[in-house]
Design a protein around this ligand. Structure first.
Ligand code: PLP
Length: 469
């Protein structure tokens, strides 16, 4: 990290993020990756640095900041709750928690009416894994414990969720500490056989789950977890609805719970409250975080179906779980106000409308020699960046393509979250690297135009510097 004075000089004057070293106070942060821009405030879709340079928050942080930055209503709700009480002994009734969970059930799909509160996405996924197990125990199916997930998936960074995620790269570090779960290949347009429709291919892809359940033994499989859109190299691919409908059928047939990980896609990102609504499919358990509070405060939640809730509500099962800060009154107040804002500002509708506007730029973006694909839904567009469209492959790490890309975006007044795996990425199997365009859902048309104009320039400059095209 450069000193403050240096940081406020023209952005990225030649330094690439990877070449910076932390100095001074910055060295007191464990495992800190030095950045060359320090932010002092944020408003709407913008960040401002120490020199008052403005940047568009083009990825909504880690695809998370759905609400406008600096919203006074959020500040007020948090402050009001602080004025009454900030925490509560868990043996006492917490009105903010009851009010909030009731409000959540107004916006969730019809069967998902009860909510367990945690502090983030990894906690939500781990909680969902335990709920799935205890659901089967409550039904007397004691052998059901396995959770199937997708290759290339990401469900969090705790040991349980790293084991679930389909990225063998974690083995290198944590090996035997991880529980290894079965994985399947999700729907992908990339390997769709020629002459087959997406719908036909979707059914074939879904059959992989049935085969996996069969070979693992249906009596041992508790749940299947997946994000509504693709993961890994296929991040953001929206499968045909037939895919999810077939997955639902298979899960029902084998008494396997369907867990939709809506940590990214939930709360409006895709133009509906929750992404599974696009397919007319309801999960049994839904995990959420990020947009749930727009990250104003750490919050995550697991919504469960009435059927799963039943033995717990009847007192015939007891959930062996709980965190000190789960259902924190301030988080409940923030989550509650976030739902009010989604409604008052029509943010879900705006995500749909502005998403449609964003996708009018699809062909312009695809015209770039470095953009092999532009896909997604709502305010969630993924570009697949490549070195060469013929091979469909990304640059070798030695070329430092991401660092150069990020320094150009900063120069052009944009901030992207690191492309999918950044410098830590695993082999891409002859694929490009996903770049996510996920601005706050409050973005307006002029701001979308501005974002794309700046991105277009950045891509031209990057291609020139990388010798593409
Ligand atoms: C699909 C998905 N699930 C879970 C998580 C973990 O969430 P958190 O970082 O809040 O623990 C993430 C984080 O990006 C995610 O994308």
């Amino acid at each position: 990290m450069k000193s403050k004075e240096e940081t406020s000089k023209p952005i990225n004057s030649g330094n690439r993020p990877s070449s910076l070293k932390p100095e001074g106070d910055w060295t007191r942060i464990f495992s800190y990756h030095a950045m060359d821009v320090e932010i002092t405030r944020a408003e709407g879709i913008y960040y401002y640095d120490t020199d008052d340079n403005r940047y568009i928050d083009a990825s909504g942080g880690p695809f998370a900041f759905t609400l406008p930055h600096g919203d006074s209503r959020m500040k007020q709700a948090i402050s009001d709750q602080m004025d009454s009480f900030t925490h509560i002994n868990p043996t006492l009734a917490s009105r903010p928690q009851a009010d909030y969970c009731a409000k959540v059930s107004e916006v969730t799909p019809s069967k998902l009416n009860t909510t367990y509160l945690v502090s983030g996405g990894s906690e939500a996924v781990e909680t969902a894994m335990k709920i799935a197990r205890q659901h089967h125990l409550a039904k007397g199916n004691t052998g059901k414990y396995k959770i199937i997930s997708n290759y290339g998936s990401y469900h969090g960074m705790t040991l349980a969720t790293q084991g679930l995620s389909g990225n063998p790269g974690y083995d290198k570090y944590f090996g035997q500490m991880l529980t290894k779960w079965p994985h399947i290949h999700q729907y992908s347009d990339h390997d769709k056989p020629e002459g087959m429709t997406r719908e036909e291919w979707a059914i074939k892809c879904a059959e992989r789950l049935e085969k996996m359940i069969y070979f693992e033994g249906p009596q041992s499989v508790a749940a299947y977890i997946a994000t509504p859109h693709g993961c890994g190299s296929d991040w953001g691919v929206v499968p045909p609805k037939e895919y999810w409908q077939e997955i639902r059928r298979i899960c029902d047939h084998y008494d396997v719970l369907l867990i939709a990980d809506e940590v990214v896609t939930g709360f409006g990102r895709t133009g509906k409250w929750f992404a599974m609504e696009h397919f007319g499919v309801e999960a049994d358990i839904m995990t959420t975080a990020k947009g749930i509070s727009g990250c104003y405060i750490p919050l995550g939640a697991v919504m469960v179906s009435d059927e799963i809730n039943e033995p717990f509500e009847a007192g015939n099962a007891y959930f062996v779980h709980g965190f000190t800060n789960g259902g924190h009154p301030i988080a409940c107040a923030a989550g509650s106000k976030a739902i009010d804002i989604y409604r008052e500002d029509n943010l879900i509708e705006n995500s749909k409308k502005m998403g449609e506007h964003l996708f009018t730029y699809k062909e312009q973006l695809l015209a770039h020699p470095s953009v092999a694909d532009a896909r997604g839904w709502g305010l969630c567009m993924t570009l697949e960046l490549v070195e060469n469209k013929e091979s469909g492959e990304y640059f070798p790490s030695s070329k430092g393509a991401e660092s150069i890309f990020h320094s150009l975006t900063l120069k052009n007044g944009l901030v992207f979250y690191s492309t999918l795996y950044g410098r830590r990425r695993e082999p891409m199997f002859k694929r490009g690297l996903p770049l996510m365009i996920c601005p706050p859902l409050s973005i307006n048309q002029e701001e979308v135009d501005d974002l794309i104009g700046r991105l277009d320039n950045t891509l031209h400059e990057w291609e020139a510097e990388m010798g593409v095209g």
